[in-house]
Design a protein around this ligand. Sequence first.
Ligand code: BG6
Length: 484
Amino acid sequence: MVCDILIIGGDGDLAFRKLYPALYHLDLDACLPPCVRIVSVSRTPAPEEGFAARVRSKFESFAGMKTLDDAVWQRFAARLSHMALNATSEAQLVRLRNEVFTDPARDLIVYLATPPAIFAPICQSLWAVGLVRPNMRIVIEKPLGHDQESFRQINESLASLFSEEQIYRIDHYLGKETVQNLLAMRFANALFEPLWNSNYIDHVQITAAETVGVEGRWQFYDEAGALRDMVQNHLLQLLCLVAMEPPASLASWAVHDEKLKVLRSLAPMTRRDVEDCTVRGQYVAGSSGGQSVPGYTQEAGAKPVSHTETFVAIKARINNWRWAGVPFYLRTGKRMHKRFSEIVIQFNEVPHAIFGEQVPLGGANRLVIRLQPEEGIRLHLLNKVPGLDDAMPLELVSLNLSLSDVFTTRRVPDAYERLLLDVMRSSSTLFMRADQVEAAWQWVDGIVAGWHKSMLRPVPYAAGSWGPTESIALIARDGRHWQE
Ligand code: BG6
């Protein structure tokens, strides 16, 4: 793996918060061959000298990175360099090609840690100066467009220069250990698959709740909203992993093909469905972690009026044999009561009840996959309460598998470590193929269109709550409730 990593936008937040820490940890775990070089470029007139020291000072502000292994840091620092140049300018990129990337035999990974608006001009310039070659790969991150049409435009500009195999579209949720574990849980165990269908499953819930607000990104967020920011990518990717058919192998084409089938089977939302099956919310002032926090339109940089949702709940349906009649309830929001991401598989009740009233309410089996924090899997089963009671009372108890208790000596790598390593290995299973992104946009665009037609505006919810009461009603109308 003789390769160079070029980070465009290397002086920005994503690079400092995620990319350099991930690369340092890969070095620590001996996953970076000695010859790998990491080159940062940015338009900001940051000094080229002393870049490694800047990276180190940023590390120090992260929990868990205050004390570094000295030898590893020295090795890592020696790989780092920075150049102040504008990557959209051919004239300036020539310098990079002539001074740094002089050997075309070395693989080149280009990470665009920049706003998507400049993806196309950067790629054009890379191509013009001869840096686009078969052993080059390009990594991009969301937002990949605003809707299906804008995604197509971004994609076409990339596809005119790179083959699909060269493009790595990151959804960082796919790099999370527990998300990968979903594949293992479903397809490495014989136990679940026979039950994994509408004959045995009543419904599925997917929640990604955050306690944070918009964290200084008001303007960006206001143009996106929770549907585009979280559902179009992270939640739909989770839904795919829960709902897909067993792939023929772990090869990227096999996994991508199955995920695409799920996305294309999502029941399109009519205007009526959108009114009945979606809830938009926006947080107002409340309290989070015992502190008073402002409402969305009182955040720094906010406009006084906004119709952007910071919470969304959706009842989705998948039109295929496996999932006919099984609702998938999706929910995500900012400034919610607790930070947790979880998938709940709610099984049906037994077909014939011999225990009658001894079964507690909501006593059917439930599999809960906790993605974060405290990653683990809980299987809720009915058990007899010990004792001599005549009536044989039952209670729902759980088999509890906490991943950190089982794998005590293993460090859980950050999502970006896994994803960057996979780019180096040319493995694209955990990335998003263009047709998936497009299919996801198509479904999401239907919801946005329905919101516009119905003039469905976000309803308020207090910061620190579980979201608007309408979200509770959405699932309660079906005789169900959110697991919290
Ligand atoms: C990002 C969104 O993709 O995911 C953010 O843009 C969100 O708004 C973040 O906060 C959540 O990621 P995680 O890994 O903290 O669940």
